[in-house]
Write a protein that binds this ligand. Structure first.
Ligand code: MN
Length: 182
């Protein structure tokens, strides 16, 4: 099974459209979203083509293949317009002998993760900057933000297939990878 992993869409219809195009092009089986889906958040400027209702409608078309966790900008009213669950603080996903723990990164952080077996991957968003680092037997990964990249980073996402995470720019160009052995 192939996963596309992305975070921090923040209501950008433009970048959500590009992301869903990539989901189809990659022929991924599941879309893992790490929070902050609809609302821009008061700390951010409005992203390109800010249209939360449109983003909700686009994501709802993929409701059967989305796994999502709650971001600090996601609220109960967001859940009212989304047809897949978004309120889990974290989700464990077991795939092909590997263990992935999805979370937004504001409650459980790389400094204070949930209890996880060694050899697991901790997948988070929130900081809008890509992370690829082994520490204490855990692989910490952040795909960066789809819509509002910070620091030197660019808009992007991650693909996971057969134990390999590939970081990609929103145009599909790979720029980094990590291996998680089963
Ligand atoms: Mn965010």
């Amino acid at each position: 099974m192939k996963f596309l992993i992305a975070s921090d869409l923040h209501g950008s219809a433009h970048f959500t459209r590009l992301l869903l195009e990539k989901f189809r092009k990659e022929q991924a089986d599941r879309l893992l979203l790490l929070g902050d889906l609809l609302y821009h958040g008061p700390r951010n400027a409005l992203p390109e083509e800010y249209d939360p209702a449109r983003v909700a409608a686009m994501l709802n078309e993929y409701k059967d293949v989305i796994l999502a966790v709650k971001g600090n900008c996601d609220s109960s009213v967001d859940q009212m317009v989304l047809e897949f669950p978004i309120e889990a603080p974290y989700l464990p996903v077991f795939q092909g002998g590997t263990s992935l723990y999805l979370t937004h990164g504001d409650v459980f952080t790389p400094e204070k993760p949930m209890p996880m077996p060694r050899g697991s991957a901790f997948l988070f968003g929130h900081i809008h900057v890509p992370v690829n680092e082994w520490r204490g037997g855990i692989l910490f990964l952040n795909p960066g933000s789809v819509s509002i990249p910070k620091g030197e980073s660019t808009n992007g996402y991650m693909v996971f297939e057969k134990g390999v995470f590939t970081f990609k720019k929103i145009d599909g160009t790979p720029y980094d990878k990590a291996v998680l052995r089963a």
